[in-house]
Design a protein around this ligand. Sequence first.
Ligand code: TRP
Length: 336
Amino acid sequence: MTYANRPTILTGDRTTGPLHLGHYVGSLRARVQLQHEAQQFLLLADTQALTDNVGRHRKVTENVIEVALDYLAVGIDPEKSTILIQSQVPELAELSQYLLNLVTVARLERNPTIKEEIRLRGFERDIPAGFLTYPVSQAADITAFRATHVPVGDDQLPMIEQTNELVRRFNHTVEQPVLVECQAVLSNVTRLPGIDGKAKMSKSLGNAITLSASPDEITKAVNDMYTDPCHLRVSDPGQVEGNVVFAFLDAFEPDVDKVSELKSHYRRGGLGDSVVKRMLDERLQSLIEPIRARRRELADDRGEVVSILRRGTMRAREAAALTLSQVKGALGLSYF
Ligand code: TRP
């Protein structure tokens, strides 16, 4: 398989739940565009999700289909992009095994994202070894497909850095340029806050709007959105910073002039929350409506979705096997 000079992109999502508007703004929207410009692999990271979901394996495996439905519903075209299931590409696990020898425990413990996740999950010193080493498995994902570009949020930058360290270390060890370094592509949209005003939209925090939200759920979420607690009367001047409704309008309303007019009106006073919320509700309804409809259609044809995943995974295996055979060859692991 040759990809000429098109960049190769790898993206991944842990399959712990269906995707939400935060994912849409942060990555999905861009991926739909990128599939025309690049060779794109979308990895359903079930193996990675298992590293901190011991005992919740059902949740992880059931959500593989949910995330795949989200991809397809927003417009990922399986003819243009390759959707694969991480656990079904054993070459990734095998490559991880070799890369694991090239990183120290001390280095793994220094990864700031891992540190933060350990803190959040309260693992203290009882860290599953697979969790501590998932950045290495992620490096295997990236290098197996010779990804040149990896679109990520800023929390994933340490993973890219660690991947490139492993690439250099591997190539230096075997004295051949077998693996390729990659480049992080940071999305230029600021992170979408949760409807409660918390910095991050997240399903586990219960502040998310999913891509399959019903019209009523959308309206309720918009009505519940945190605005400016001091904006009591319509005539009061209101604050736009930290106001979730405006953060959403920034993310979803293409008419930038209209948004900036609304903001100054709100700041001056005389613009009620309910008016702005109604506008946002309309925006989100028209955004999600076709996604929800397409998602439902696909969900009714599960066999077709499974077959898309099987084809994508097979295609991905071919690409990964090629890299793995070069890696093994360079290490001298070719006995027969
Ligand atoms: N770590 C990513 C997340 O938190 C998922 C992921 C797994 C990934 N492998 C990847 C992202 C490779 C980019 C590249 O969801």
